[in-house]
Design a protein around this ligand. Structure first.
Ligand SMILES: NC(=O)c1ccc[n+]([C@@H]2O[C@H](COP(=O)([O-])OP(=O)(O)OC[C@H]3O[C@@H](n4cnc5c(N)ncnc54)[C@H](O)[C@@H]3O)[C@@H](O)[C@H]2O)c1
Length: 470
């Protein structure tokens, strides 16, 4: 099939690459001419593992091209995906200006030569299922006047669940595909488009073999509003699950329990499951915060106060302050101290800095008069470019960042940090203090390396009370 994807960000580029790998002929469109020029040169504007390799293969299968010419792309397509950003407004609502422009542009580009499906992949507020249809229709009217009545199209909602850092694997081997549509013809077109994914009838790329035991991908067909609600509910639940682990971590710290053991103990319960129970300095990224806020906003519009969602945001925000408190407990004064931050990206495997805890922590430390050394394997260039006012010392390695530091904070659990020589780090730092914001290291190993180790929700040190009472 012929497919257009509007928006070449983390979602759009991955969607385009995967659909093209499956054999569809894909055109990716963006308003950012600089981004398109880079993509045309094969120079990826984002970091995502295996994306470059997949794009190379995609070119030999369905074919993929990048352009700013929306009209031509949409005119020649059966299916047009909208994958533009929906960032939050200060009120917590989603900013729909990019979506509106894209949908109107699609409408203006349509003609009566074929039936088309417009698929919304962007995360849009629950209850706005008809918005895209209305905007496309407005675009058709603006461009064609009364003659636009013969133009046929359907609208579908196809929320995206990929995780940055494993986006290709998530897209090729999805846990489920959600399709919301009111019109059977739109649904049929989407079933046809996704058939190779649902049936898993494609040769896996050599660098990403199909996970053992992976069969058909469940297809969940719903109304438009339910499809949108699934996306928000999924993100709200995941954010809440981490928030829950953090809440328990804070209790563990006070009663002398170890949250890692506690979460292992509850995660083995099949009703709970082990994932997303890692306590730490809080979640970040472009989705959780904005989607939880947007869902709260929608609930409020309907007169409902979403208390659990409110608490989820509160717990996460407090968790980010915890690092500062821990540093104050260790160093008393932060003014004039040097703190090394290991990791900037909001999570490993990406260069995405949107709502990254590192930025808030660094900003607060700098505001309090501390010096900040930082090292991240991937996200430093993006940080320099996007946050030029954040005055940090960018370092060439974790050990370089730690050298002369009064404390080291592990912010992002990059696998590279696993191999870090902790003894060497303890020796290079001015004070061997390690705040492990992701409970990444074994406390005993870190202490054996000479570090004064504190995790989140872990026992401060071998407690004197655990031995037999004399
Ligand atoms: N990033 C994720 O992990 C993720 C996961 C699931 C869902 N989502 C949702 O997917 C959507 C896209 O997210 P993203 O992270 O890819 O965003 P992004 O900011 O990385 O990319 C959005 C792109 O859209 C382009 N754009 C804006 N207006 C346009 C227009 N009118 N025409 C063409 N291009 C336009 C921008 O230039 C940008 O390149 C959001 O709604 C987000 O909530 C994101």
């Amino acid at each position: 099939m012929r497919v257009t994807v509007i928006g070449t960000g983390y979602v759009g580029t991955v969607t385009g690459a995967c659909l093209s790998y499956l054999g569809h002929q894909v055109t990716c469109v963006d308003v950012d001419a600089g981004k398109i020029a880079r993509l045309q040169r094969g120079d990826l504007p984002i970091y995502e593992p295996y994306l470059a390799e997949l794009l190379e293969l995609a070119a030999t299968r369905g074919g993929i091209c990048f352009t700013t010419a929306l009209r031509e792309a949409v005119a020649g397509s059966d299916v047009t995906f909208i994958a533009v950003g929906t960032p939050p407004l200060p009120t917590g609502e989603s900013n729909l200006c990019y979506l509106e422009a894209a949908a109107r542009g699609i409408g203006a580009a349509m003609d009566a030569t074929r039936y088309r499906v417009v698929v919304n992949k962007s995360t849009v507020p629950v209850g706005s299922g008809n918005l895209v249809e209305t905007l496309v229709r407005e675009g058709i009217r603006e461009s064609n006047g009364a003659g636009g009545q013969e133009i046929c199209f359907g609208v579908a909602s196809n929320p995206e669940f990929l995780r940055e850092g494993s986006a290709i694997s998530d897209s090729l081997y999805p846990d489920r595909i959600v399709l919301g549509a009111e019109e059977p013809r739109a649904l049929e077109t989407m079933r046809e488009l996704y058939a190779p994914l649902v049936e898993q009838q494609f040769d896996p790329p050599p660098f990403l073999p199909r996970p053992a035991g992976r069969g058909r991908a469940p297809l969940v067909v719903t109304s438009l509003t339910s499809a949108e609600s699934i996306k928000y509910a999924a993100n709200a639940f995941l954010a809440m699950k981490i928030g829950f682990a953090n809440e328990i971590a804070n209790i563990c710290e006070r009663v002398g329990a170890d949250v890692v053991q506690v979460m292992q103990g509850i995660g083995l319960d099949s009703r709970i499951g082990p994932k997303f129970l890692n306590a730490g300095l809080g979640w970040g990224g472009s989705c959780f915060g904005k989607d939880v806020q947007s869902l709260m906003h929608t609930a409020a519009e309907y007169g409902y106060k979403a208390r659990l969602l409110e608490a989820t945001l509160e717990v996460n925000s407090a968790q980010r302050q915890l690092v500062i408190q821990k540093l104050q407990e260790k160093l008393f004064i932060l003014k004039g101290r040097t703190v090394a931050l290991l990791g900037l990206a909001f999570k490993p495997g990406t260069d995405d800095l949107r709502d990254a805890p590192s930025l808030q922590i660094a900003g607060k430390l700098i505001h309090m008069g501390a010096r900040v050394n930082v090292y991240d394997p991937i996200a430093m260039e993006a940080c320099k470019e996007q946050y030029p006012d954040l005055k940090m010392q960018y370092c060439g390695s974790a050990l370089e960042a730690a050298a002369g530091a009064d404390a080291v904070v592990l912010v992002t659990e990059w696998e590279e940090f696993r191999a870090l020589d902790l003894k060497e780090m303890a020796g290079r730092a001015a004070r061997p203090i390690l705040i492990d914001g992701r409970n990444f290291y074994a406390p005993e190993a870190a202490r054996a390396a000479g570090l004064d180790y504190s995790g989140i929700g872990r026992m401060a040190a071998a407690p004197a009370l655990t031995g037999p009472r004399r």
